[in-house]
Design a binder for this molecule. Sequence first.
Ligand SMILES: [Zn+2]
Length: 206
Amino acid sequence: MNCNIIKDLLPSYIDGICSEETAIEVEKHIGNCVECKHYMHAMQQPTKHIIETNVEVAKEPFKRIVKKRRLQVMTAIVLTFMMTVIGYQVVQNVGAVNQFFFPKVYAIADITDDSEEWRNISFTDYNFNNQDYVVYDSLFWKKEVISDANNESDVLLRVKDEKGNVILEEFHISPGKSFKLGDLKRNKKYFFEIKAPQGRFNINAT
Ligand SMILES: [Zn+2]
């Protein structure tokens, strides 16, 4: 049977409404003719094929919007989480953060007699750590000592290194004044000593 006749018969064959004899003829031809076989397959698929294509095309932009939206939501969640963690850390470590970026130690020197001796000063930092020395452990230190404005008189100070050598000879600071310590090195222990008349003196180091 000729290809054109087969193609004419294919719709009723596919729908199963042709006679048995026609069906046999069509199958016989299809078995030997590649072109008609493809033609039949194409006829069997078309509806499904068109629907799928259209749905895929229609879905694409929507998918992209969903994807973008999902990304935005995820980003927002991650950012919120990070901000919360960082915020919590900052609040928890406000002392540590301050001590790092605005390093400062406080000392109260109680001079109980007028013996005019050098006394070591003990410092406390933001985290309430107490040390009888100062370590300039970051670049943020100003390397200054300040005598509190409420101190009753001038004080004499000097600085020693770990071995007990005097690094900075005595200098005096009036109440409310500061003294620049110059080029003391980083990550070394410096011991501050005070000589003052009887009284209580607040000394800060930054
Ligand atoms: Zn054919």
